[in-house]
Design a binder for this molecule. Structure first.
Ligand SMILES: [Zn+2]
Length: 325
C-alpha cells in the first residue's frame, strides 16, 4: 500500500515523506485524531516505507518486507494495547516492551512499536516510558496513537513529535465507503453522520438510518409555533440517549448544511436522495435564517456534548426552528 492510498492527510504525508528522504524521522511520534481518521493506517504506512528495501520514501508493496507488513506478521513490529479484560496498559507490558526493544532487530533496520490507545497507559506505565521515548534503545521507533493528546502526561507529549489528524471530510468518507463496495447513495447518507471517522461510518446501521432520516425530515417540516405540540412532540420522539441525540444533531447539521449550500446557489448536495425535502428546508426560511439555524444546531450539539439535557436542548432548538423568519 503506497502513501497515495491514504486519503485526506496530504500535508502529513508530505512531512513524513520529507523526513524519510532526509533520514530524519523522529524517534517518537504522537498521532492524535479520532479513531478511524487514518492514524493507524498512516503509522503502518510510515513503517512500511521505512522498512521497504526498494523505495526510499514509500512502500513498493512487493518486496518481502512490504509483504510481511501487509500480512501483519513482521517480526520487528510490536503492538501494545490493554490486555483483554484490562482497562489500562500496565507497567509490566511496557517493561517487557523495553526489553524487546533492547534486542537486535530480526530483519528490519530497527524495531518499531505502536502503542494504542496511548491515553490508556497507567501513570506508572507512562512514567516508565519517558526514558525510552527520549532515547529509544537500538534506534527503535515508537508511535503513540491517541484520541486526545491532552489526556497524556505532558512529559510524554513533550518527548514526541505531535501530528494531528483532522477528521476525514464527508467527501473522503464517501470515497472510502464506495471503495469498500457501498453504493454511493448509502455512503452519502452515512458520511455526514460519521464525525469524520471511517470506523464510525462502517458501524452505522444503514437501514435504520434511512428510516430515521425520513422521520426526522417529516418532523422538522411540521414544526410550527401555531401548533406548539409539533415542537414538543418532535423533541420527545427524536431525543433519546445523549449519543442518539448527537446523531440526530449530526443529521440536522447535514440537512442544514445542504440547505445553506442550495441557498448560496450551489447545486451539489450530500443528501441527494431526499433533495425535495432539503429544497423545502432551503425555501421555507431566508438564507441568513438557515445560516443562523446551522450555527444554532452546532451550539446545541456542543451543549449536549457538555451534558445538557437532550430533551430540553431539542425543545429549545425546535422552538427556534419553528420560527420561519
Ligand atoms: Zn517494499
Amino acid at each position: 500500500m503506497p502513501f497515495a492510498d491514504i486519503m485526506g492527510h496530504d500535508r502529513i504525508i508530505e512531512v513524513l515523506r520529507r523526513s524519510l528522504c532526509n533520514g530524519k524521522t523522529a524517534h517518537s511520534y504522537l498521532f492524535e485524531g479520532v479513531p478511524g481518521s487514518g492514524r493507524k493506517k498512516t503509522a503502518m504506512m510510515l513503517i512500511q516505507a521505512l522498512f521497504c528495501t526498494v523505495l526510499p520514501d514509500d512502500a513498493c508493496g512487493v518486496c518481502p518486507s512490504c509483504r510481511k507488513i501487509e500480512s501483519g506478521n513482521h517480526p520487528d513490529i510490536h503492538h501494545i494495547a490493554p490486555l483483554p479484560d484490562k482497562r489500562d496498559i500496565s507497567i509490566d507490558q511496557l517493561r517487557e516492551l523495553q526489553h524487546i526493544l533492547s534486542l537486535r532487530p530480526y530483519e528490519a533496520p530497527r524495531k518499531v512499536c505502536i502503542i494504542d490507545p496511548a491515553e490508556r497507559m497507567s501513570v506508572n506505565a507512562a512514567n516508565s516510558l519517558l526514558k525510552t521515548l527520549e532515547e529509544p534503545p537500538g534506534n527503535a521507533l515508537i508511535i503513540l496513537l491517541t484520541e486526545n493528546a491532552g489526556m497524556l502526561l505532558s512529559t510524554v507529549r513533550s518527548r514526541c513529535q505531535l501530528i494531528r489528524f483532522a477528521p476525514l471530510s464527508p467527501e473522503h468518507i464517501v470515497t472510502l465507503l464506495e471503495r469498500s463496495g457501498m453504493p454511493t447513495e448509502t455512503a452519502s447518507l452515512i458520511a455526514p453522520m460519521s464525525g469524520g471517522s471511517l470506523q464510525r461510518a462502517l458501524e452505522l446501521d444503514n437501514e435504520s438510518l434511512v428510516v430515521r432520516r425520513e422521520a426526522v425530515l417529516s418532523r422538522v417540516s411540521q414544526l410550527s409555533h401555531n401548533r406548539i405540540a409539533t415542537i414538543f412532540d418532535a423533541a420527545e420522539e427524536l431525543s433519546g440517549t445523549r449519543d442518539a441525540t448527537l446523531e440526530l444533531l449530526d443529521m440536522l447539521l447535514s440537512f442544514f448544511r445542504d440547505a445553506v449550500h442550495l441557498g448560496a446557489g450551489n447545486r451539489e448536495i450530500v443528501n441527494r436522495s431526499v433533495r425535495p425535502a432539503i429544497e423545502s428546508i432551503a425555501a421555507q426560511r431566508s438564507f441568513p435564517r438557515n445560516l443562523e439555524l446551522l450555527e444554532r444546531i452546532n451550539a446545541t450539539k456542543r451543549d449536549v456534548q457538555r451534558n445538557a439535557n437532550p430533551k430540553l436542548a431539542l425543545d429549545n432548538l425546535f422552538m427556534a426552528m419553528a420560527d420561519n423568519r
